[in-house]
Design a protein around this ligand. Structure first.
Ligand code: ASN
Length: 629
């Protein structure tokens, strides 16, 4: 009896440990999400010097991060990348991807009150340089001018397909009680796990659209508000994303950086008894754009013709003047006579833009050489990155399809409705894609479907469309804002699917929209080697169109040409040679493709490669070259 009891306990202990080890394996086997952190300065990374004063200390941030187990899973990181490799977060049970992050520390770590437009341009260029190597970006920044930087970046990063989060903190991350740790961790997790192709600000559990934010408190942990637009996501026990409010670029173009800004811009805030002279001087050249902060819903005094005249004269000279409200929330309109006067004098509406968004948008719009003044004025009134609300915002009524289903299921709360939408829409979008029903796709979007919403396997309508192969459907999805970078449960992007199904036209369109090969180059090499082994020239062409290097090696340092030679695949050999595959590459045994062909007496391959026969040595150094002509 006793023995039985002990055996049962042992069994249950074994079961438990098996379950645990299964769980650990599934946690350690999680796919990775790669994030680049740009550390520009600010309180978040500061440390106290001997006098107890907060200062940024060069090269200390990363060293310190490695001491914190919440920020650095030493065991996993060192095993996989070595002691000086990228940092890795401990795995979380709730998120799909394990966060691997690199930190790029700026040489001039600065308090953000010292930031200038030059720094914004530098950040934008740094994102450009590493765009293809990371899933998302986190910018650590001082809070004082953080909203200006986030707003400026939202305009400079054109057709953005990946997430950029700007964050910081009110207290240094290494202080015992700090908001920095939560802000940084949540930003990393969101950047690695969620496809929100916007410049965002994360602070105190809220992910906000960057160009909608403003610093609202110098002391509260809730330092940033988004006065006229709801949060994009909230990070409490669960991270909940409101996919319907995400702004997606609908242009069929690749991500690019507009790395210029016009500095001749300014903010002019009206106040009772403002002098004519002050307005006049403010509007003089070289000023080219002014954000005018007026009263209430966009009003100026109706008894001040002098001011109106100065404004009229400036707009006639070509100065762009944008009207926004001094109020913390709300929008300008021309409901009052006081507001109409401004419109008549050539001042344009900034709707509900924050001062930070309006100013940085002016600096961006004015720097566009390809736009004339009228286009620039139009662009200022157009919603370019979700920075303004013009016209009626979408309401719940637009969601009547889901509502009808919800009613029949007796669901009523907004949360239930949202959840139902996230289940129904991906399925309905997929059916529309499979039926090639473009009208249905449009109407689903009209009903409130997020075009990039993934199903349970993480696959989006664009993944399915790339497999199905109808170029019209793919184009339409892209025009509706479908994102090209989303990875499914198997780490496949829509481009991976298009390659797998040899959809050449689709591959071209996807690349035009910024899609790129991702992941381990060796694995891509292996897949090309498999195609070469099978003599699958069409697949090799798919990889070539997708931007792959046809001389990419696999783990044994063999190229596709080695495999084509070994298996005597003449068409593949010809294709590879025609497309600049390097016949002189040697594998880990020091052998070229020609030598492999000779070793297996693949006669056709030997004939095609004969002129490239080369003797190599085991360590890869070329012993002599025997070039037959
Ligand atoms: N002065 C600091 C800065 O903006 C404030 C902060 O980061 N909390 O750099």
């Amino acid at each position: 009896m006793e023995a039985e009891h002990v055996r049962n306990i042992n069994n249950s202990v074994n079961m438990e440990s098996a379950k645990r080890s299964q769980l650990t394996t599934s946690l350690t086997n999680k796919p990775e999400g790669h994030v680049l952190v740009l550390y520009t300065g600010g309180t978040i990374g500061m440390m106290r010097n001997e006098q107890g004063v907060l200062v940024p200390i060069a090269n200390a941030f990363v060293k310190n991060l490695r001491k914190y187990p919440q920020l650095y899973d030493r065991e996993y990181a060192e095993k996989k990348f070595g002691a000086m490799g990228p940092l890795v977060l401990p795995v979380t049970a709730t998120d799909n991807r394990r966060v691997v992050y690199n930190v790029l520390e700026y040489s001039n770590l600065c308090d953000s009150s010292n930031m200038t437009m030059d720094e914004w341009i530098r950040i934008a260029n740094d994102i450009k340089e590493s765009y293809e190597h990371f899933d998302g970006f986190v910018i650590l920044h001082g809070t004082d001018t953080l909203s200006y930087t986030a707003s400026a970046l939202s305009f400079m990063l054109e057709s953005l397909g990946k997430i950029v989060i700007v964050t910081g903190s009110q207290m240094p991350i290494f202080d015992t009680r700090s908001d920095g740790l939560d802000n940084f961790l949540a930003s990393l997790v969101i950047a690695a796990n969620y496809n929100i192709p916007e410049v965002c600000v994360f602070f105190n559990t809220n992910l906000l659209r960057g160009n909608r934010t403003t610093k609202a408190s110098a002391s509260s942990f809730e330092a940033f508000h988004s006065p006229n637009f709801p949060s994009l996501a909230t990070a409490n026990i669960k991270i909940e994303v409101d996919y319907r409010s995400i702004f997606r670029s609908c242009a069929l173009e690749k991500f690019y950086v507009h790395a210029w800004l016009n500095q001749n811009v300014g903010l002019l805030r009206l106040f009772p008894s403002i002098t004519t002279n002050l307005v006049k001087v403010f509007l003089q050249p070289p000023i080219e754009g002014v954000v005018l902060q007026t009263y209430g819903s966009g009003n100026v005094p109706t008894n001040r013709d002098d001011i109106i005249e100065e404004l009229r004269a400036a707009t006639k000279r070509g100065v762009i003047i944008v009207n926004i409200t001094q109020c913390a929330t709300g929008c300008v309109s021309d409901t009052y006579e006081a507001g109409k006067l401004l419109k008549e004098s050539g001042v344009i509406s900034g709707f509900d833009m924050t001062p930070e968004a309006a100013l940085t948008k002016l600096a961006y719009v004015l720097s566009k050489r390809e736009w004339d003044t009228e286009t620039k004025r139009q662009m200022m009134e157009t919603n370019l990155r979700g920075e303004l609300t013009a016209g009626r915002p979408p309401t719940m009524q637009d969601w009547d399809l889901v509502e009808a289903v919800a009613r029949s299921l007796r669901l009523s709360s907004a949360a239930e409705l949202q959840e139902l939408g996230s289940i129904l829409f991906p399925a309905m979008l997929n059916v529309a894609v499979i039926r090639r029903d473009i009208v249905k796709l449009e109407s689903l979007k009209g009903y409130g479907a997020d075009i990039s919403q993934a199903n349970a396997d993480g696959r989006t309508a664009l993944h399915i469309a790339c497999c199905e192969g109808d170029i019209k459907v793919v184009r339409r999805l892209l025009k509706m804002g479908a994102n090209v970078h989303i990875k499914d449960r198997f780490n496949r992007t829509p481009l991976t699917d298009a390659i797998e199904y040899d959809r050449h036209e689709i591959i071209k369109v996807m690349l035009q929209c910024g899609a790129h090969l991702h992941g381990n180059a060796l694995l891509i090499g292996e897949r090309m080697c498999a195609a070469a082994t099978a003599g699958n020239t069409k697949r090799l062409q798919s990889f070539l169109l997708a931007g792959a290097d046809l001389s990419q090696k696999d783990v044994s340092e063999r190229t596709p040409l080695h495999f084509a030679a070994l298996h005597n695949r003449t068409e593949a050999i010809e294709f590879l040679l025609d497309h600049a595959a390097d016949p002189n590459c040697v594998d880990m045994l020091g052998q070229t493709a020609a030598e492999l062909a000779e070793a297996v007496q693949a006669t056709d391959a030997m004939r095609l490669l004969g002129s490239f026969r080369q003797k190599g040595t085991v360590n890869g150094e070329v012993a002599h070259v025997d070039a037959k002509s």
